[in-house]
Design a protein around this ligand. Structure first.
Ligand code: SAH
Ligand code: SF4
Length: 384
């Protein structure tokens, strides 16, 4: 059996709840309180052989049937502004990315929830890679643990699900991961410091509200009319704007939390005065704010256009909308999650076909006509 097959075959302890660990330990004839010790060691990023408060024999038994994590660091790249992108190889040999975003007194980790993504948004490198599989709870939690280990003594305070993939399409694994990250026996990251970003899956937004987790919700709107959103976010053809905004409105009411609308500025496509007017109407009376993000052009021919974002922000502010322009951090390492990976695996083809087209939308490439619409990336610089 190869090394990778071994990693795949064993149970990943990092994906297990305290209750599941208790059951496992009980089956091994151990007292329940050991589960708490094991959980704490695991979430501190300790390997089984270093868990010194556990009996040696137990550690040996555990090592025979389980693993404490499955990810291997494949690459790490730092940007001048302090953001660091980690590329991890999964047990089945895939690459995922995690971004560490340091702020003055806090650290944010942007995690991936899937390998690739089925939703194919026009400007997103992850979407262009297509969908491979959901990440497991253990793989999600481990990203945070690994970054926390790398950033000590600074504590990870925020986690945003804005990396590769659509978190609400991997609902159960994401929610369990949130509960594990939340646990005071582990990293103890407050739910209010965790944000889930979605391209807009109304049923799953409702389910998330019902989980009563107190996590933040970010909805990737990117356009204020169906006509424009259909072009940028293809899932809009199945769940149009009205449905998505209504779900967000219900989320805000049910949780008492302000919803963030993410809006990547695609110059001359979604930043017109008409879009500003419509966007202001959509969010009127709602506990919401709009985050404008200059498009990270990565592998298109466009340049980062911050001025357009500020112009659009002014239009929204005039209409009473709470709005922020979020500058991309980690831009030098291709800040949008998924894009560094795209560069690592797509370099040859990129070099063969430099893109030079006239219209901004054309430059992004066309969106798929038949995206996977079942309910089943990260701007590196984006924090909650
Ligand atoms: N699938 C989820 C979360 C991952 S994407 C979602 O779509 O919300 C996280 C954010 O990064 C989304 O708002 C997405 O639109 C944005 N994003 C993707 N590609 C980008 C790019 N090239 N430039 C700026 N933001 C981008
Ligand atoms: Fe998927 Fe989000 Fe990228 Fe859209 S923006 S393709 S939903 S990861």
């Amino acid at each position: 059996m190869t090394k990778m097959n071994c990693r795949q075959a064993a149970t990943d302890l990092l994906g297990m709840t305290r209750e599941a660990l208790e059951e496992l330990l009980q089956n091994l004839g151990e007292p329940r309180y050991r589960a708490r010790q094991l959980f704490a060691w695991l979430h501190r990023g300790t390997s089984l052989d270093m868990m010194t408060s556990l009996p040696k024999e137990l550690r040996r038994q555990l090592a025979a049937i389980a693993r404490a994590g499955t990810l291997q660091l494949a690459y790490q790249e730092a940007a001048e502004d302090g953001a660091v992108k980690f590329g991890f190889e999964t047990a089945d040999g895939r690459l995922i990315e995690t971004v560490l975003i340091p702020h003055r007194n806090r650290t944010t980790v942007c995690v991936s929830s899937q390998i690739g993504c089925a939703y194919g948004c026009a400007f997103c490198a992850t979407g262009r890679q297509g969908f491979t599989r959901d990440l497991t709870t253990g793989e999600i939690v481990e990203q945070v643990i690994r970054v926390q280990t790398a950033t000590r003594p600074q504590r990870v305070r925020n986690v945003v699900f804005m990396g590769m993939g659509e978190p609400l399409a991997n609902f159960d694994a994401v929610v369990t991961a949130i509960r594990l990250l939340n646990s005071p026996d582990g990293l103890g990251i407050g739910a209010r410091h965790i944000a889930v970003s979605t391209c807009g899956l109304p049923n799953s937004i409702q389910r998330l509200a019902e989980e009563k987790l107190q996590v933040g919700l970010a909805v990737s709107l990117h356009a204020a009319t169906d006509e424009v959103r259909n072009q940028l976010v293809p899932i809009n053809r199945k769940h149009p704007l009205a449905e998505v905004v209504n779900a967000a409105r219900r989320f805000a009411t049910m949780t008492g939390r302000k919803v963030a609308f993410e809006y990547v500025i695609v110059p001359e496509v979604n930043d017109t005065p008409a879009q500003a007017r419509r966007l202001a109407e959509l969010v009127r009376g709602m506990a919401a704010m709009v985050n404008l993000i200059p498009l990270n052009p990565a592998d298109s021919s466009l340049r980062v256009d911050v001025d357009s974002a500020y112009r659009f922000a002014a239009l929204l502010r005039k209409r009473g909308v709470e709005v922020m322009v979020r500058r991309s951090r980690g831009g030098e390492v291709l800040g949008a999650c998924g894009q560094l990976r795209a560069r690592h695996i797509k370099k040859a083809s990129d070099e063969r076909s430099p893109v030079r087209r006239s219209n901004a939308l054309d430059s992004l490439g066309s969106v798929s006509d038949s995206p996977d619409m079942t309910e089943q990336k990260c701007e590196g610089g984006k924090g909650p």
